[in-house]
Design a protein around this ligand. Structure first.
Ligand code: 8YV
Length: 324
């Protein structure tokens, strides 16, 4: 009997590719750029499964053109690249990689918060440029982190990880806003109190965005929201580009409506809004919040195990639409 054919749509760890090849005929797109939509459709012909990394849009048009497809395994916890109702309607299982990246991503949220508040990157550039000639009382004086108020928008697993680090590691007052409120037990565990979005914006010294991207969260932080923040506040986005209006943010940073921002994700990445590139008070990183070797390997392994589990035994580990 011929083995099932799958597409691995991005470069992956060699050991994960070898594992997949034990079970499947693997067509591997090893290019640095995501496959353009038409090419993705062409490469999916005759395939029952695909491993994607979040850049590949799986929508009704693609599904109609790929009737043999049974499962798409995203190597990411976020799945805004999936039209889940369309996948369900076409009987295609969607899977993601929750849990394995929670703590690593929360660590990075804090790294970005610290770098932003304490002006780590700006001061490093200054030193490397040979500009450090003398002591000054206000040289790269930044915003206090310990004891300040940490605001979190989106209180899923990663948001809770950021909250715990702030409350228990840095003695911060932690406030959050989320579609649904956590149980009193979870709030106590995270050391966090629920507030309205308006209170969150007004009170946070450091605001961290950890909410999923959807039509509802598109530009959840734009000019109007930034105007409600303290002029001394910092903003960190480890969620998705598109949640922040990058053009409005660049302008607000330039005009001092908030003190600084740390961004790991961008609207239209890997392109970055040109105005952000010329603002000094922003720390920019290329979507690496989950990027430790151990975590990326665990994500790839979980995505592969979802394909293997489903296509060989009918059971995936982390389905998004089990009712597909
Ligand atoms: C991924 C992410 O690195 O998991 C997510 O949702 O944003 C990142 O951890 C990225 O999507 C590529 O796989």
């Amino acid at each position: 009997m011929s083995r099932p054919a799958i597409l691995v749509a991005r470069p992956v760890f060699p050991e994960i590719l070898a594992l997949l090849r034990e079970h499947f005929e693997v067509d591997h797109h090893d290019g640095a750029d995501a496959l353009p939509p038409a090419e993705l459709v062409a490469r999916l012909q005759g395939k029952v499964g695909a491993l994607t990394t979040g850049s590949e849009r799986i929508d009704a048009a693609l599904l109609a053109a790929c009737p043999g497809l049974k499962i798409v395994a995203n190597m990411a916890v976020g799945f805004n690249n999936f039209d889940v109702p369309a996948m369900t309607a076409h009987g295609v299982l969607a899977t993601n990689t929750p849990d394995v990246l929670t703590e690593t991503t929360a660590d990075f949220g804090f790294a970005l918060l610290m770098a932003t508040a304490r002006r780590v990157c700006e001061s490093e550039h200054y030193l490397r440029a040979g500009q450090w000639k003398q002591w000054r009382y206000d040289l790269f004086a930044g915003a206090e982190v310990h004891g300040s108020t940490l605001g979190i928008l989106g209180m899923g697993r990663i948001g809770q990880g950021v909250a715990k680090r702030g409350a228990h590691g840095f003695g911060m007052k932690v406030i959050y806003h989320n579609r649904s409120r956590l149980s009193p037990e979870l709030e106590a565990e995270c050391g966090a109190s629920y507030v309205s979005k308006a209170e969150l914006l007004a009170q946070a010294d450091h605001l961290v965005l950890v909410l999923p991207y959807s039509a509802e969260s598109h530009h959840a932080i734009g000019a109007a929201e930034i105007a409600q923040m303290k002029p001394t506040a910092t903003l960190v986005n480890i969620a998705r580009g598109g949640i922040v209006d990058d053009a409005a943010l660049a302008l607000a940073l330039r005009e001092g409506h908030i003190a600084a921002a740390g961004l790991d994700v961008f609207e239209g990445e890997p392109r970055v809004h040109p105005d952000l590139l010329t603002v000094p008070n922003v720390v920019l990183t290329p979507h690496i919040a989950s990027a430790t070797v151990k975590t990326r390997l665990a994500m790839a392994r979980l995505a592969a195990d979802n394909l293997i589990g489903f296509l060989t035994r009918g059971q995936a580990l982390t389905p998004i639409n089990p009712q597909h």
